[in-house]
Design a binder for this molecule. Structure first.
Ligand code: CAA
Length: 285
């Protein structure tokens, strides 16, 4: 049976973690948002405030609702403060050893009935679950960027995930106003299995001189009605994230069609990671 979640923890206050905390607060859950330092937490809270303000500006929520929701978010640099949560979503960088460490710590801190979810975009839920003593309560809850706007949540069941944990996660995503796609625990799940090869192919097209970045993006944006071209989308997601997902696909599925494009690797080597560093395929002043 699905558990009714009242208190939620979010680990990581970056673009995904802060967006998830915002959704939880908008659904009137008490939220604890954790990150390693105050600077990251302040940046995360500022992102939540500015996103809520956009909804207030266009009249979809009132200023009073925004203030009430913001007051539900508590920030902390200590995972220990997650002791009272019913459900926690880990949303740190796509680094498996870091995630495994966090899951092992959370397992010791949060109450036995709590669900441990990961927002990972491609790492095996079964392996993450194996770093805890409660693999039956571990699940993937993958939000799309930007979480407050995108309508989908991918829910990924690991080998041991219990039905009740799936039901709780699905019900929670629906409380956030999202539609759920259920994926098997397989490299890249559903969305990134299909999206990332398209982005990778766009880099190959630039590298081989098929067209300029603008030609390629306009081709896909205007020619296939995508809201953004694949290169602009890569900048938006982060080129490091795109590359790490391509590596997971290549290693996990073993087919050379998933080989990361050398040009994408070079951008990442140069530190040109997209919107978050001010430069990627495009300049972001
Ligand atoms: N918070 C609140 N509102 C926001 C927002 C945010 N963070 N971001 C955008 N909006 C709102 C704007 O206020 C605007 O609202 P109105 O139309 O009502 O005025 C609307 O969304 C559109 O925003 P903009 O006009 O600023 O810009 P846009 O039209 O280019 O839309 C976008 C921005 C929503 C990001 C759109 O370009 C888009 O949908 N892009 C594709 C995003 C996508 O594919 N995301 C998934 C990536 S894959 C992923 O996340 C998985 C993974 O693991 C990598």
């Amino acid at each position: 049976m699905a558990q009714h979640v009242k208190v939620m923890g979010v680990v990581g206050a970056g673009q995904m973690g802060s967006g998830i905390a915002q959704l939880a607060a908008a659904a009137q859950l008490q939220v604890f948002m954790v990150d390693v330092n105050e600077t990251a937490l302040t940046r995360g809270l500022n992102a939540v405030t500015s996103s809520f303000s956009r909804f207030v500006k266009k009249g979809s929520i009132s200023q009073e609702q925004m203030d009430k929701s913001l007051a539900l978010i508590k920030t902390t640099t200590s995972l220990e403060h997650l002791e009272p949560v019913d459900f926690v979503v880990e949303a740190v960088a796509e680094d498996e050893s870091l995630k495994r460490r966090i899951f092992a710590q959370l397992d010791k801190i949060v109450k036995p009935s709590a669900v441990l979810a990961s927002n990972t975009s491609s790492i095996s839920i079964t392996r993450l679950a194996n770093s805890t003593g409660r693999p039956n309560q571990v699940i993937g809850m993958h939000f799309m960027n930007p979480p407050p706007i995108m309508k989908l949540v991918e829910v990924v069941r690991g080998m041991a995930t219990e039905d009740s944990v799936f039901e709780t996660t699905k019900a929670l995503a629906e409380r956030f106003g999202k539609t759920v796609s259920c994926s098997k625990d397989y490299p890249g799940f559903i969305v990134n299995r299909i999206l990332m090869p398209m982005i990778n192919e766009a880099f190959y097209a630039v590298m081989e001189g098929v067209g300029t970045a603008d030609d390629i993006d306009n081709g896909m944006k205007l020619g296939t009605n995508h809201p953004m071209g694949p290169l602009a989308l890569a900048d938006f997601i982060g080129l490091d994230t795109c590359l790490s997902i391509m590596r997971v696909l290549y290693q996990g599925l073993g087919d050379t069609k998933y080989r990361p494009c050398p040009l994408l690797v070079q951008y990442v080597d140069a530190g040109w990671l997209g919107k978050k560093t001010g430069r990627g395929v495009y300049q972001h002043p």
